[in-house]
Each structure stands twice: as C-alpha cells, then as structure tokens.
Design a protein around this ligand. Structure first.
Ligand SMILES: Cc1cc2nc3c(=O)[nH]c(=O)nc-3n(C[C@H](O)[C@H](O)[C@H](O)COP(=O)(O)O)c2cc1C
Length: 308
C-alpha cells in the first residue's frame, strides 16, 4: 500500500511535510499548488513552495516531493512543469480539483472539469514537456456540478498520457460534505487504464479499509485526516496506536515556533489555527487550545499559549 500526503494550501507546507514524514508511513508528498497564469514563474517561487528542491526534492526523512501546478493555459503549464522538474521535483501534479471558480484572470482547478478537451490538452502538453522518466499525475474531483463528466475527464487525463490519477471522490458542489463516494472511483477505474489513487474522507483505519474496498484501489491519499491525527499513515499501514496528545503537542510547538525561530513565514499564525482546527476533531485538548488562541494575531502569543 502506497500512501500520499495530500496537497493542502495554507497548511501542508514544507515544515508540515517534514514533521509528518518523520512520523512516518508516507511514500510521497504533493506541494500546495503553484498558480500558473501567463508566464514562466521565477525559480524562487518554486523554492518557496517547495524548499525540498534544495535537497534533491526530498523531505529531511527522505520522502520524495512532487510540485503541483494549477492553471488553464496548456503551454504555460508545460513550461513551468519543465522548470519544476529541472529544479528537482519528483514528477509534477496537475490540479483539477481546486474549488475556486476563477483566480487572477485564470480558470483552473475544478472548473476545468466542465471541459474534458481542455484537460486533455493540458495534460498532453505537460506530458510532452516533461522528460519521460518523470511522472505526470493529475488530481481531480468527480466533477464540478455533478458526476456526468467524471469518466470523460478521467479518460481525457489517461489518454493524454498521465501516469497516474488521484480522485477526490466528490464534486465541487459537494464541497467537503460527507460522504465521499468511493464507489465512484471503482466505476472510473473500470474505464481508465492508469493507476488510480483514492482520496477523500479517510479519518481512521476503518475508513481507509472501507475506502480501499469500495474504490477497489490499494493506494490512498490522506489530507485532513493526517492533520487531525499526525500518525494516521502509520495507524493505517502498521496498526500503530493513535498518537498521544503529548507528542502531538510537541509537533504543535515546533510548528508554532517556526515564525520565531525559522525563516519568517508571515502566514504562520493562520496555519497554526487551521491545523488546530483539524486536530480538534481527534483531540479535545486541541479544541480547548483553539478556543484560547483563535483571536490572537501574534506568533509569540500563540506559541506562549501552546507551550503553557
Ligand atoms: C484547506 C485545504 C486546502 C487544499 N489545498 C489543495 C491544493 O492545494 N491542491 C489540491 O489538489 N487539493 C487541495 N485540497 C484538497 C485535498 O488535497 C484533498 O483532496 C481533500 O481535502 C480531500 O481529502 P481528505 O478528506 O483526506 O482531506 C485542499 C483541501 C483543503 C481542506
């Protein structure tokens, strides 16, 4: 079984990837998306999104990281994909799942699921630009408004030459409302001849098992579940016990202190709050902490509360 840590804008950054891959169980990470409009992005943008590129694209514990791109223009996506690979990304991932309708003059993400032909053109251009020994993957939802184009989109992705496809088993309109329709992944899998990874609503080992059964996929991607329980990948793969709160707290202290002791990341207080929101699902102590820090703005104040 292969487990990927999901891309999550605003919280799964290089420090989170470092901490969660050190806890273990993950085979691959995908970065927050790099938004591509109409230019080749400067190298510093890739390094900011994926500092692991300074380490041959690996987290400090040796897990490969893949850069994700989001955009609508096939040629610009292709040029930027080539650059990501040149800088050391382990393959490149294309985002067809982001719920934002239009961003900066540019469509991208889930709205493209209304246009299988555009998706085909994007994947094909990126596949042609990226060296053959590097994987091109895509990540999609079941559709934008409904599931009517789910199979057509997956087929477009496969026919254009993608090496694998992650399916978040909900439409954009479903948002994040449970359930995830894992059985839909199995339906798509019957029509598409590339490896599929199942994603959506896996919070514990039982969900993982049910997802594997219903999606008929061995491999899964974990997002919010891994933030709610930092050792979820180990729980699923190696039947570890759920991580005790004291260990979670040590990770929280490291994450909250990042702005003070590491490079300055100006959004860190928001990231800490977002993470605590997910942790609250599994740990009552996290919920109590969240209530105490949610109105605070300064990283120093937040860290003080978390350490207390
Ligand atoms: C806050 C947040 C940010 C996300 N950012 C991205 C992103 O940058 N790229 C992407 O492909 N998916 C993104 N997603 C979707 C997740 O990767 C994943 O598909 C989704 O959360 C379902 O999986 P889960 O139920 O395991 O969380 C994001 C989801 C959330 C909640």
């Amino acid at each position: 079984m292969h487990i990927t840590l999901a891309p999550m804008e605003g919280v799964v950054d290089h420090l989170m990837r470092d901490m969660l891959t050190q806890v273990g169980g993950f085979d691959l990470c995908v970065t927050e998306f790099v938004r591509i409009v109409d230019q080749l992005m400067p190298k510093r943008v890739f390094y900011r999104m994926c500092p692991e590129l300074h380490n041959q694209g690996f987290t400090p514990s040796g897990v490969p990281v893949k850069v994700q791109l989001l955009g609508q223009h096939a040629d610009w996506l292709a040029e930027n994909a080539f650059r990501a690979i040149e800088l050391g990304s382990h393959g490149v991932d294309l985002n067809f799942g982001c719920p934002a309708k239009t961003v900066n003059k540019s469509k991208g993400g889930a709205v493209l699921l209304r246009e299988p032909e555009t998706i085909y053109q994007i994947v094909r251009a990126v596949r042609q630009a990226v060296p053959k020994d590097q994987a091109v993957s895509a990540k999609m939802r079941l559709g934008f408004d409904d599931t009517s184009l789910a199979i057509a989109n997956a087929q477009a992705i496969a026919e254009a030459g993608a090496d694998s496809l992650v399916i978040h088993a909900r439409t954009k309109v479903d948002g994040y409302k449970p359930p995830a329709y894992w059985d839909w992944i199995a339906k798509i899998k019957q029509q598409v001849d590339i490896p599929i990874v199942a994603n959506g609503e896996i919070w514990n080992e039982h969900d993982a098992f049910n997802c594997q059964q219903q999606s008929e996929c061995e491999n899964v991607m974990l997002g919010r579940g891994a933030l709610a329980m930092p050792n979820l990948a180990q729980v699923i793969k190696n039947t570890e016990q759920h991580m005790p709160w004291e260990q979670v707290k040590a990770l929280l202290v490291r994450y909250s202190g990042y702005e003070l002791f590491g490079d300055k990341g100006k959004y860190y207080p928001n990231r800490v709050k977002q993470w605590l929101g997910y942790l609250s699902r599994q740990y009552p102590q996290a919920e109590a902490l969240f209530m105490r820090i949610r109105a605070l703005k300064s990283a120093e104040d937040i860290l003080r509360h978390i350490q207390s």
